[in-house]
Design a protein around this ligand. Structure first.
Ligand code: AHG
Ligand code: MN
Ligand code: MN
Length: 328
């Protein structure tokens, strides 16, 4: 008999994944191997984030990553922890990270490397030093038979088999979709497990709130400026943390819209398509929300490169539509 989840059940991430897999005849269980490695890695990263000032791992390392952005000590530590925890999972063929210029080819498809995991090891890293919420974002793709290894991961976001993030905030929260709705888990420090707190999460509507770095207004296109003027006249509220994970998490739970539009300095937008925008867009859409990169839905963009940037508008359907109405 199928076990039904209620708020009274104590269900771990691991048991939830196994229960989900049992619903699919022929499931090999290999997916749970990937997610258990992500769970282990993010618990270790969360631990480092919480002890950052005690262990003196705040600040930068005077080097830049492939994006030309200064790497924080914790960016590097988080990246290494993910590589250590996921590197030996036999079903992962490719690992790709914001912090590494090229993907790491671990094993061939013929040798069992059926999946690629793409990740932003530490998102919002400029917020670490001030103890503001930061996170890890990940996207899982199935690798095709044949084709060149470089091209294997350049799949549009609608091909993702799973996506999620972990927010290291006042609690450590893991949000996950495997294409069948969105589940939310909170790390219970006392038992060391992510515990299911919400199944089938739905993003609310009716919250007039936007999340955008409004200091760049002079660099925005006229349509975004017009939207903001309209929002100012319609009693909107503004919330912007500067960590995509934290901003999107708030939008997922409270409703509203997150916007990172093109700017004069960054005409493509700032956020990375494959390991920031795509996983967040999949989560938001699986929760009944909407996402777009101006004229193209985020999840339909065919990536040309691992570190490609995009503009992003995502959140509650009503709030995204209110922005889209202003786009020419
Ligand atoms: P990362 O720390 O992984 O480089 O990402 C930072 C990103 C994202 O978290 C956030 O939404 C955005 O940068 C904020 O950018 P601005 O400071 O330009 O607003
Ligand atoms: Mn990021
Ligand atoms: Mn990052």
């Amino acid at each position: 008999m199928e076990q039904r989840w209620t708020k009274d059940n104590l269900t771990s991430l691991q048991s939830n994944i196994l229960a989900e897999e049992q619903k699919h005849p022929g499931a090999t269980g290999e997916f749970s191997w990937i997610l258990s490695a992500i769970s282990l890695a993010t618990k270790a990263i969360g631990n480092k984030v919480r002890c950052a000032r005690i262990e003196d791992v705040i600040g930068d390392i005077e080097e830049t990553n492939v994006q030309g952005e200064t790497q924080q000590k914790l960016d590097v530590i988080a990246n290494e922890l993910i590589l250590r925890c996921l590197g030996d999972r036999e079903n992962i063929g490719i690992l790709a990270s914001e912090e590494n210029e090229t993907p790491m080819f671990l094993r061939k498809r013929a040798d069992g490397g059926r999946y690629a995991v793409l990740f932003d090891p530490l998102d919002g890293s400029s917020n670490i030093d001030v103890s503001v919420g930061v996170g890890t974002i990940f996207s899982v793709l199935r690798l095709p038979d044949g084709g060149s290894r470089e091209e294997a991961i350049l799949q549009p976001g609608n091909q993702q088999v799973a996506a999620g993030y972990v927010l290291y905030g006042s609690s450590t929260v893991l949000v996950l979709t495997t294409g069948n709705g969105v589940d939310m888990f909170v790390l219970d420090q006392s038992i060391g497990s992510f515990v299911l707190v919400e199944k089938g999460l739905k993003i609310p509507t009716g919250n007039n709130a936007y999340s955008i770095n409004e200091a760049y207004t002079n660099q925005f296109s006229d349509d975004i400026k017009s939207y903001l003027n309209w929002a100012h006249e319609n009693d909107y509220s503004s919330r912007y943390i500067g960590s995509m994970v934290a901003d999107v998490h708030r939008v997922l739970l409270k409703g509203g819209v997150f916007i990172y539009p093109p700017t004069k300095d960054k005409p493509e937008g700032k956020l990375r398509l494959m390991y920031e925008a795509n996983p967040m867009a999949m989560i938001v859409e699986q929760a009944g929300g909407k996402s777009t990169a101006y004229n193209t839905p985020v999840l339909e963009i065919h990536p040309k490169g691992l570190h490609q940037r995009t503009s992003v508008i995502l959140g509650s359907v009503d709030q995204v539509d209110a922005v889209v109405d202003f786009l020419s």
